[in-house]
Ligand binder design. Sequence first.
Ligand SMILES: [Zn+2]
Length: 286
Amino acid sequence: MNSSNSRIRLLRQFILIAASVATVAGQAEQSQSAPVQEEAAAIRQHHLKRLTERLTVEPAVLEGRCRYESDISTPPPLNRVALTFDDGPTESGTEEILAVLQKYKIHATFFMIGEKARQHADLVAKVRAAGHDVVANHSWSHPNFHDIDVARQTGEVLRTDSLTTPDGPKLFRYPYGNSTCETNQLVHEHGYKIVGWHIDSCDWAYDKSGAIDAREAISCGVPRQYQNDYVGHVLAAARSRRGGIILMHEIHPNTLKSLDAIVAGLLAGGFEFGMVTDEDFQSSLR
Ligand SMILES: [Zn+2]
């Protein structure tokens, strides 16, 4: 996002979102459960903050502060996709996902929140047993790393460290994708690779019925024709990036409901499934 064109595009998005964010927050989430609603509201708020910052702060300054390293700008391995599921484990979601992955005999990466993983050790074990041997670090309690001090950032990472697969590859993903130079250094010292995404499925913005508000769609870059078609949006994004690491969240009912169709659609589109730990995805990690 270095060109003035992209800043103009962001400005347009920002104006539209700022005008509508309160309305949208009220409408889109009415049918969701309270924790999911809160999480979606938090993502929405951080999304807006990110757009604002990218418009008002010079790109070089943001880069110097290591702020937004999670949007991967380098190309993925051609026509290869890697599914990633954040914010679990969850009581019904994790097993639903495992069943779909098992049906298609593919593997994915789970970026788990430490405190949830501690509560659901059985689910962590099931994910490992199914061959998804990476139970990656997504912090202990999912704060925005831009809003907390370095000591708390360190605690969030290290407390979750013991839950990662022993002797396995170590992967870290920032909550909301919001990175800092201090935590970049910390996780590298502890042998982690940082995992962002090529494709944001924007699943947090789709409601339970699979619809996204017009203005929210603009903020997440969902084309108009996919406002009622989450699966179509993910498939189109994969075609446009020619593969890549796909960001999804296991806490959203629409994501779970759509997963089978997404996998089937990607396979029909000629994509091959890999994991972020595969050799050819290494250049996409930091
Ligand atoms: Zn998350």
